[in-house]
Each structure stands twice: as C-alpha cells, then as structure tokens.
Design a protein around this ligand. Structure first.
Ligand code: KIV
Ligand code: NA
Length: 270
C-alpha cells in the first residue's frame, strides 16, 4: 500500500455526508503510529504532546526539537497515512521567513508530508508563503490552544455574532492562502457546518460536527489515558484501568517471587 498524499487528502470533500470522511488521530511515537496507521488517513504529530507526553501545563512550552524528534518517529512507524507535524508556538508567528526556516527543518528532518499551524486571517500571508515554496499547510481555526492566554480558556468558541463571523473569516482566509485542509476545533456546531459547506477544502472536526469532512481526536484521550478530557472526546477504551491492573499484578508477582517463572528464565544447555 503506497502512502496517501496531500492532494489525495485535499480531494476528500464529503459533500454533506455523501462520501467517506477522513480519519485522523494524533501519534507521537513509532509504536503508536504502527498501531494506528492502517486505520487512519492522517496521523497528526500534535503539539498536544506537550501535555500528553511531557506533562507540561499547555502547548506553549513545546519546542521545535520536540516536534522534530516525535515527527521523525511517527514517519518511521508508518507507511500508509499522511503524517502532519504541528508547528509549535513561537516557531512561525514572527514572519513568513521564520515560518519557512522552521517548517523546512521539520519537513527535512522528519520526512513528514505537511505542517499544521494555528490561526486564520493573521496567518494567511505565512500560509501562502509556505505553500508557494513547496510546504503543504493544514490550517487550524476556532479554539486554537496556543492562544489560550488570549482566549481566556479552552471553552467552545463562536457563541457571539462577532466570534462567529471571525471564525468564518479565518476559515476562508486559510483556504484562500492555499491550505489543503483545516482543523475546526471547539466551535458551536452551526459554525462547523457552515464552514464545511462553504469551504472547498476538507474540514477536520474536533468538537465540531458530524458534517465535517473528517474527524480528529487525541489518541490518548479516546483511549481513556487521561482523567480530564473535553466534552468532545468520546472514550473508546479505559486504558488507564487496563494499565493500572497490569502494573499492579506485575508488582505483586515480583514481590511474591512468582515473576519471573521458568518460562522467562534461561537455563544452561544440557
Ligand atoms: O495538537 C493536537 O493534538 C491538535 C489536534 C487536537 C487537532 O492540534
Ligand atoms: Na495542536
């Protein structure tokens, strides 16, 4: 199976639920990438790894080096999905030139197919600069976690007329700048629907709508690895419980010397 491409992803508009939506999940490690790859169209190396892997309070402290190390691991662990790497806070906002320098490092050092960056109208010039120079860009509008301090929290966006209009304009700006798709996060459903209907590029919802052209979740959230998750997360498994039970059993067996047993020990050849 050949790896999917950015143009193939861009062509996957679902026309109001009549076609198959895009399946996207986050991955930060090679092993997780291997497990997700055949079921997904897109693997996102999200800067959510700041909280999920590194225990940081937000995505603001995530560095370019972290994104590159995990991006390379996910590319090595996958052969089918398009791998997209998030540009971390501070690596692209200053100027289109700064964004190109850092995005080109991400592309060259990880082998990923595209980058994702947060912001709409304010980032349009930068998105266009990257796209014209061979770097495919996925946009991200609505609740943009790198702007948590400006937004005042992680609550759903778009409840006021002003916010509603701003998010619609952001989506349009990202498309006009040349993005091949856009993540629509944490918005009231009518906005996610209106964006999905008005844009020609696929919308990927997370706290969006079932009418988006695709869906994304943080894998650890949908697997039940975290206590506190947003409303838009559906838990498909309770991995925290599974891991806790396994570790408790291991600890008990070490303490009562039932592990290792004969099966796990080497004997001299007789
Ligand atoms: O960092 C991330 O995981 C993301 C997705 C939730 C869209 O940006
Ligand atoms: Na992100």
């Amino acid at each position: 199976m050949r790896r999917l491409t950015v143009p193939k992803i861009q062509s996957r508009k679902t026309d109001g639920k009549t076609k198959e939506p895009l399946v996207m999940l986050t991955a930060y490690t090679a092993r997780m990438a291997q497990l997700l790859d055949e079921h997904c169209d897109i693997l996102l190396v999200g800067d959510s790894l700041g909280q999920v892997i590194y225990g940081l309070p937000s995505t603001l402290q995530v560095t370019l080096d972290m994104m590159i190390a995990h991006g390379a691991a996910v590319v090595r662990g996958s052969y089918h999905s398009v791998v997209i790497v998030d540009m971390p806070f501070g690596s692209y906002e200053a100027s289109p030139q700064q964004a190109f320098e850092n995005a080109s490092r991400i592309m060259a050092e990880t082998g990923c197919a595209a980058v994702k960056l947060e912001g709409g109208e304010a980032m349009a010039e930068t998105i266009s600069f990257l796209c014209q120079r061979g770097i495919p860009v996925m946009g991200h509008v609505g609740l943009t976690p790198q702007a948590v301090n400006a937004l005042g929290g992680y609550g759903a966006r778009g409840r006021s007329q002003e916010e509603h209009a701003k998010i619609m304009a952001d989506g349009q700006a990202v498309q006009n700048a040349g993005a091949f798709g856009v993540v629509v996060e944490g918005v009231i459903e009518p906005i996610a629907i209106a964006l999905s209907q008005s844009l020609e590029i696929p919308t990927i919802g997370i706290g969006g709508s079932d009418q988006c052209d695709g869906q994304v979740l943080v894998t650890e959230d949908m697997l039940g690895m975290f206590d506190r998750v947003p409303r838009f997360v559906k838990r498909y498994e309770n991995m925290a419980e599974v891991i806790t039970a396994a570790v408790a059993q291991y600890a008990a067996e070490v303490r009562d010397r039932t592990f290792p047993s004969e099966d796990q020990t080497y004997q001299p050849k007789s």
